[in-house]
Design a protein around this ligand. Structure first.
Ligand SMILES: NC(=O)c1ccc[n+]([C@@H]2O[C@H](COP(=O)([O-])OP(=O)(O)OC[C@H]3O[C@@H](n4cnc5c(N)ncnc54)[C@H](O)[C@@H]3O)[C@@H](O)[C@H]2O)c1
Length: 137
């Protein structure tokens, strides 16, 4: 399978990439990340040594770049970890949150529809998905 993992230079995305490389060595992973203050390419140093891993620097809110990426990589699955994730910062500068979390996500969804991607996984938070009661299976 070909995977595009957006935001893979961040905290959860990088851990997911190492998990995926370990458990599904037959998969091809392309990490697409804008390397904002939250992204750290050094966390992917080991992953970059794997022949089935590629890093591409780019913004999920850049429609043209996202379409070029999808066209070239032909992903089976897209997993989006790219986000402005620190809530306190949204009080100081809400615009970048709207740009990445709303516009960027909608561009990824458009790309999935345009290129017929069957599985898109949106990683987010309880502010978006709602609470899950502890007793729910
Ligand atoms: N860390 C947690 O404890 C936690 C808990 C619940 C939910 N989440 C959610 O999981 C997701 C990932 O969280 P995280 O902690 O790994 O975030 P993070 O801030 O560590 O990483 C975000 C990554 O996204 C990249 N990025 C930001 N804007 C981008 C853009 N426009 N285009 C491409 N890449 C961009 C950054 O460079 C960074 O590598 C977020 O949606 C977050 O809300 C995180």
């Amino acid at each position: 399978m070909n995977l595009i993992v957006t935001g893979g230079a961040g905290f959860i995305g990088a851990n997911f990439i190492y998990y995926e490389l370990r458990t599904h060595p037959e998969d091809r992973i392309v990490c697409y990340d804008a390397l904002t203050y939250a992204g750290n390419i050094a966390t992917l140093d080991e992953a970059c040594k794997a022949p089935n891993f590629t890093f591409v620097c780019g913004d999920i809110a850049d429609r043209a770049a996202v379409y070029v990426l999808f066209e070239r990589e032909k992903p089976d699955v897209v997993i989006n970890f790219a986000a402005e994730s620190h809530v306190d910062r949204s009080i100081e500068n809400p615009e970048i949150f709207l740009q990445t979390n709303i516009i960027g996500t909608s561009i990824l969804l458009d790309a999935c529809r345009k290129y017929g991607i069957e599985r898109y996984h949106q990683v987010s938070t309880d502010e978006v998905y709602g609470d899950l009661p502890l007793d729910r299976p």
